[in-house]
Design a protein. Structure first.
Length: 337
C-alpha cells in the first residue's frame, strides 16, 4: 500500500535537487572525459542511499570517478587499497591497550567515513569481505564486541578488475546483492580519448588535485536533503508492480515468463532488486525534476540493478551469454505500464 507523504515535494525542492546534481556534474567535467553513464549512476546511487560496484579493465578511471563523487561533497572520504593480506581490523579498526591508563582504547578504521572507496575489492579475503558486508548491510561495525555506528550518509564505492584473476576472491552472492548497482565501464571513443589527453596536457599532471577543482561543492546536509526528497517521490502501484515483475521474471516467474530461461539463469534477482529499482526510480525522477516515477526511470537503470543479481548457468557461460542479454529479454517480455 502506498504511504501518503506528510510533506510532499515542492517545486523549490525539485529545483534545489537539480542545482545540487548540476554542481556535482560540473565537478566531473573537470576530472573525467566521457563516461556520462557512470557519472549518472554514481549520482543516482548516492541520492537513492545505496552502494555501487564499478567493474572495468584497468586504466578507465574507476578510481578517479569515485574520488570525484566523494570530493564533490564536504564529507569525509577514505580510500582502501584491498589486498589479500588486508584484515578486518585494518578496515574497521581495533582496540589498543594504553599502558598509561591501563585501559583499551578504540582506534577506528578507514571504513568510518561518509564515502569509502574500496579499490579492487575482490582482492580482499573472505574474512575481510564479511566485515565489509556488515558495514554495508547494518551501517555499523563491531570492534571488541562494541557496535559502532558509521557516519551518515555512508556510501561504499567499490571497484573490481574482471580480467586479472590471480590473487582474487570472488565476491559472495550475499555481498553482491548489497550493492544497489553494478556499473560496467567501457573503453572511451577515439574522440573522448583525445579529449582526455588534451585535459591531461592542460592540467600538467596525470593525477587529480582536488585543491584546483574549486570550492563549489555540496554539504553533507545537502546529501541528506536529496535522500529525504527522493523518498517523497510518488511511486504508483503500477510502477511497483512493474519493478516486481522485472525481478520475478528473472526468477522464471512473473506475468510473462520467458521460455527456456532456466537453461540460462541459475539464480534470479532477489526482492532487493525490486526495492533497488524503486529507490533508483525515485532518485532518477527527482533529479529529472519530477515528483513521480515513470517507467523510463526504472528502465534507465535496470541493467545496472539486475546484472550482478542474475547468476548464469554453466551452459550459458560456456556459450558466451552475457547477463545483459538476459536482462534485455526480460525488459522486452515484461509489459510497460
Amino acid at each position: 500500500m502506498q504511504t501518503l507523504n506528510k510533506d510532499p515535494l515542492t517545486h523549490d525542492d525539485e529545483e534545489r535537487a537539480r542545482q545540487f546534481a548540476d554542481t556535482i556534474r560540473s565537478r566531473f567535467a573537470q576530472t573525467l572525459i566521457g563516461q556520462d553513464n557512470l557519472r549518472e549512476s554514481l549520482i543516482v546511487t548516492m541520492v537513492a542511499g545505496g552502494h555501487i560496484l564499478i567493474e572495468s579493465v584497468p586504466g578507465l578511471a574507476k578510481t578517479t570517478a569515485a574520488q570525484t563523487l566523494a570530493t564533490s561533497v564536504s564529507g569525509s572520504f577514505k580510500r582502501v587499497q584491498c589486498t589479500p593480506d588486508l584484515m578486518p581490523s585494518d578496515l574497521v579498526g581495533t582496540q589498543v591497550f594504553d599502558f598509561s591508563t591501563q585501559h583499551f582504547t578504540t582506534m577506528i578504521g578507514p571504513i568510518h567515513a561518509n564515502f569509502v572507496l574500496l579499490d579492487e575489492i575482490n582482492r580482499s579475503n573472505a574474512k575481510t569481505q564479511s566485515a565489509m558486508l556488515e558495514a554495508m548491510a547494518e551501517g555499523t561495525t563491531t570492534i571488541g564486541g562494541e557496535a559502532i555506528k558509521l557516519p551518515k550518509p555512508f556510501m561504499v564505492i567499490a571497484t573490481q578488475n574482471p580480467i586479472e584473476e590471480e590473487g582474487t576472491y570472488n565476491l559472495p552472492e550475499a555481498q553482491m546483492d548489497r550493492f544497489m548497482m553494478k556499473a560496467v565501464m567501457t573503453y572511451p571513443s577515439a574522440q573522448d580519448e583525445q579529449k582526455m589527453l588534451q585535459l591531461l596536457t592542460r592540467r600538467g599532471t596525470d593525477t587529480v588535485n582536488t585543491e584546483t577543482l574549486g570550492s563549489d561543492i555540496i554539504s553533507i546536509k545537502d546529501v541528506e536533503f536529496l535522500r529525504a526528497a527522493a523518498r517523497k517521490v510518488h511511486v504508483s502501484d503500477a510502477i511497483m508492480n512493474y519493478a516486481v515483475d522485472l525481478a520475478a521474471t528473472s526468477r522464471g516467474a512473473g506475468t510473462h515468463p520467458i521460455q527456456g530461461l532456466s537453461n540460462l539463469v541459475r539464480l534470479g534477482a532477489s526482492p532487493r532488486a525490486s526495492i533497488a529499482l524503486t529507490r533508483i526510480g525515485q532518485a532518477n525522477a527527482l533529479l529529472a525534476g519530477r515528483d513521480f516515477v515513470i517507467p523510463e526511470d526504472i528502465k534507465a537503470y535496470v541493467h545496472e540493478v539486475l546484472r550482478h543479481r542474475i547468476l548464469l548457468t554453466f551452459e550459458a557461460l560456456a556459450d558466451g551469454v552475457a547477463s545483459d542479454e538476459v536482462i534485455d529479454s526480460i525488459v522486452q517480455a515484461v509489459p510497460v505500464p
